[in-house]
Design a protein around this ligand. Sequence first.
Ligand code: PEP
Ligand code: MN
Length: 305
Amino acid sequence: MPHATVHPLPTASRPSPSPAVRVGNAVTIGETEVVVIAGPCSVEGRAMLTDTARAVRRLGAAMLRGGAYKPRTSPHTFQGMGDDALELLAEARAATGLPVVSEVVDPRQVERMAEVVDVLQVGARNMQNYALLAEVGASGVPVLLKRGLSATLRELLLASEHVRVRGNERVILCERGIRTFETATRNTLDVAAVPVLKAETHLPVIVDPSHAGGRASLVTPLALAAVAAGADGLLVEVHPDPATALSDGDQSLAFDGFAELMRRLAPVAAAVGRALARPAPNGEVAAPVSLARPGAWRGERVSAS
Ligand code: PEP
Ligand code: MN
């Protein structure tokens, strides 16, 4: 018996004149180059964000991530810096030239966030928040849509349709691990999602190895597997001092870990006929990373409570 496909998907499966998603004027996701997006789970302050943005840019990331609004499982943990983080993301973007992706959790935030960020992230917990999908669809801003914790690929693609039927074709799908019976990892990375989604739609597909594995030591092997399987990009959590991160420190790479990931990724990308996208040349060139003053940003960070 043939395996089921995720069809019918009237919009996402339709041949598109331009399957790739252009972000800003320098980054394109879904062409030959593999786009690495890196940065902290949460924006925690100005210096930690700009330090991280400069570090990941120097090490080859083409985009910056950073959460302003955090949909945490527990309401008693850090919920993000909110609007203040948006200001800091805008500054980091201006300082480095890196386009920015940040998660939107409420339809009322879309208009404001669309003025600041280059890509609106819809998180796993909101994959089927139809009011939010409609609003990001109406915004016309590229959308990074994460697979829900227990969502099938068909459900992910139908969620992407909610964005696309509002006229926004610029959707990037993200596999970030799914909930299974396995407890050794935070989630189970569904590597097969990459070739299945790429076969079923023309949408770019990226992988988040950080939330999939849940531990820093797993991020590089999962990232290599993702690119070997055909992922168009990666979303990776990087923090200047993971041990003190206000969210997802266990799975965040320090700068040296991210450097190693990038070193090991290049030959894997080449082996599957791809190259790593370089940071845009119009960004800041090789600003010194403040590795020389570790912890300098700590004094300014917000409190975890
Ligand atoms: C995140 O990217 O920090 C995040 C909350 O991811 P997810 O929605 O995949 O859990
Ligand atoms: Mn996170």
